[in-house]
Design a protein around this ligand. Structure first.
Ligand code: SAH
Length: 257
């Protein structure tokens, strides 16, 4: 199939996958922060079953696997990421415990009350925080944990430019107390919530994109979809620099009652 026969939508997804496949992470985060969230989880042993939803190429999954016992299943909608994920798992000799499968977080292949831990970094927004927490809960054993990172407002008020940006991109962004209340409402004890430090956005997310953007533009000279996509990425990074006082990612850890 050549590009002309593809819908804009399909083409966009391919483009986005190709771009992110060149990066270790597909969202803000860091190994230190994955471990910090893990430090609140106290129910794992060699028989534990863990799922990482929207795992991407598995940056955080491999960190998790190196510090937590049990079997981990990574799930992502895009085969490109799952191929990279399984390659990473083999490279680190984790293939017996860490497997990636293609699937969707709104149609999970698990049994009810099967999982000890549900992990999801920078990905629950794809179905929405409240919906994800509510729908995923049934797959957790009582006493099992959910740990997700999610875009959140740090303040009650904020400048119009950033307010409008997020209300277009992800209207479910909300303040930390409101997110914690949603966690509780969905049937979890709110165990922890903490803000991801700035280096999760800069050093681990936006900075590695700078070179990838240059290479991507060079490889796709004259491709308007590519130049628009890169312009958007750069705009987003600039907004973060200007407005990082007002928003960021927050890790929420809950325990199923
Ligand atoms: N957790 C990774 C990736 C975050 S980016 C990290 O922190 O680096 C969000 C991921 O969600 C992408 O890999 C995207 O492909 C995936 N995704 C989007 N919609 C999805 C869905 N419905 N089900 C599963 N994964 C999905």
């Amino acid at each position: 199939m050549n590009d002309e026969n593809k819908s804009i939508h399909e083409f966009d997804f391919e483009l986005i996958c190709e771009y992110y496949a060149n990066l270790e992470r597909q969202g803000p985060g860091s190994p230190e922060i994955t471990l910090k969230a893990l430090s609140f989880i106290d129910n794992l042993d060699d028989n534990s079953l863990i799922a990482d939803l929207g795992c991407g190429s598995g940056g955080q999954t491999m960190v998790l696997a190196q510090h937590a016992p049990g079997q981990i299943t990574g799930i992502d909608l895009f085969p490109v990421f799952i191929d990279l994920f399984n390659r990473n798992s083999r490279t680190l000799n984790l293939q017996d415990r860490v497997k990636g499968i293609v699937g969707s977080m709104d149609d999970l292949p698990f049994q009810s009350e099967e999982l000890d831990l549900l992990w999801s970094e920078g990905a629950i927004y794809n179905i929405g925080f409240e919906r994800g927490l509510n729908e995923w809960r049934k797959f957790l054993k009582p006493g099992g944990y959910v740990a997700v990172s999610e875009a959140s407002w740090f303040t009650q008020e904020r400048p119009a430019e950033i307010d409008q940006f997020w209300n277009t991109e992800y209207p479910e962004i909300d303040t930390i107390p409101n997110k914690v209340a949603q966690l509780q409402q969905a049937g979890y004890i709110p165990v922890a919530s903490f803000i991801l430090p700035e280096n999760c956005w800069t050093e681990h997310f936006y900075t590695p994109q700078v070179q990838v953007q240059k290479d991507f533009l060079e490889k796709n000279v004259g491709n308007q979809a590519v130049s628009e996509f890169i312009a958007n990425q750069r705009h987003e990074a600039q907004l973060y620099e200007s407005y990082k006082k007002y928003y960021g990612y927050v890790f929420y850890v809950g325990k199923k009652i």
